[in-house]
Design a protein around this ligand. Structure first.
Ligand code: SAM
Ligand code: SF4
Length: 334
């Protein structure tokens, strides 16, 4: 018998679940959040056991890759118990990859256990190598702690990929140095365009730097060779000949990648978003809690996948000066 698979109305196989385990964070990156945020009431959160049940049902339906994210996933209390319990699916072979996107602030104390529970690679977000600028962009972050976290992750044997959001007037001149540094430390680096999600204390048009512009500038000093490398995500990779390292580009605005979208996103309250750039969502908490068996939940998941839209409608320019979706990236975790 063929193994179960979640297929959406456009024939795309949904094999990747991103799980935001908390919408809270110990940073306040200026492009992600306002400084004064209202978070979800704690009473609305799924317990970690409920998250495990939900993830396990998705795995039963053919999901092969799970990424924990947030908010900051490592600030969720007890998060390692979820990582440990999900690791049984890695051992059984039902799940191919369990991974994490983190700001790195708590990584030093969790790196060893993450590796022990089967996490082989992680993404760390880092937008600058300058500690003062780091404090400015994250508002609350401590650069040295993140560096310690990255070192601890590498020492624990995990591959680290850095994600940097390309920000006009902030890190655009620093990107070549970041490429050399990341590649020198054995890390891939991916550059991301800012996406118009949620109100922030400022104007996104001022921050938006099209990756196409950045890429053209990088080509003045680097030789970028297209390579077929894929990690199951939307990044397109090049090899930087001068460093021998990989550089990824995530370009939701200048190059839409929806046609190959393989993912859905679960929030910490059990809401499933079928597209990062659309408001439509399905509540999985009610069917999860309505019964101890998973039949209602399974039906709700299938119904939701049947509504997965074709793609997003992100635009950033002076005429479209409102977020495309009202929720912040921290609710779904990117
Ligand atoms: N807190 C973790 C972190 O920062 O890695 C995980 C969650 S964070 C929301 C996931 C990724 O989304 C980070 O790499 C962050 O830089 C990126 N991000 C946040 N807001 C964004 C926005 N409006 N546009 C593009 N990327 C954004
Ligand atoms: Fe927190 Fe990540 Fe958003 Fe920064 S990007 S505020 S670290 S959730």
């Amino acid at each position: 018998m063929a193994s179960p698979a979640l297929i959406d109305p456009f024939g795309r196989h949904v094999s990747y679940l991103r799980v935001s385990v908390t919408d809270r964070c110990d940073f306040r990156c200026t492009y992600c959040m306002a400084e004064d945020m209202t978070f979800l009431p704690k009473k609305d959160l799924l317990t970690l056991e409920e998250m495990d049940r939900l993830c396990s049902e998705f795995i039963g339906q053919g999901v092969k890759k799970i990424r924990l994210t947030g908010g900051e996933p490592l600030v969720r209390k007890g998060i390692m118990t979820l990582v440990e319990s999900l690791s049984r699916h890695l051992r059984s072979g039902a799940l191919e990859e369990l991974t994490l996107t983190t700001n790195g602030s708590q990584l030093a104390r969790h790196a060893h256990d993450l590796a022990r529970f089967g996490v082989k690679r992680i993404n760390v977000s880092l937008d600058t190598l300058d500690p003062d600028k780091f404090r400015k962009i994250t508002r609350w972050g401590d650069f040295n702690r993140v560096m310690e976290g990255i070192r601890a992750a590498q020492q624990a044997g995990m591959a680290v990929k850095l994600n940097a959001v390309a920000l006009k007037g902030f890190n655009e001149d620093e990107i070549p140095e970041m490429i050399r540094w990341a590649h020198g430390q054995g890390m891939d680096l991916t550059l991301i365009e800012t996406m118009p999600m949620g109100d922030i204390d400022g104007d996104r048009t001022d921050q938006y730097l099209p990756i196409s512009v950045l890429r053209a500038r990088l080509m003045e000093q680097f030789t970028l060779a297209d390579i077929p490398y894929k990690t199951g995500g939307p990044a397109r990779y090049v090899e930087v000949k001068e460093t021998g390292g990989r550089l990824g580009f995530i370009t939701p605005l200048t190059h839409n990648f929806c046609e190959s979208c393989n993912r859905v996103r679960l929030t910490c309250t059990g809401t499933l978003y079928m597209c990062l750039g659309q408001d439509d969502a399905a509540d999985l908490r009610a069917p999860l809690r309505a019964s101890e068996s998973n039949e209602l939940l399974r039906a709700a998941i299938l119904e939701a996948i049947g509504r997965k839209p074709l793609g997003h409608d992100f635009v950033i320019d002076r005429r479209h000066n409102k977020p495309a979706v009202a929720r912040h990236m921290s609710l779904t975790g990117g």
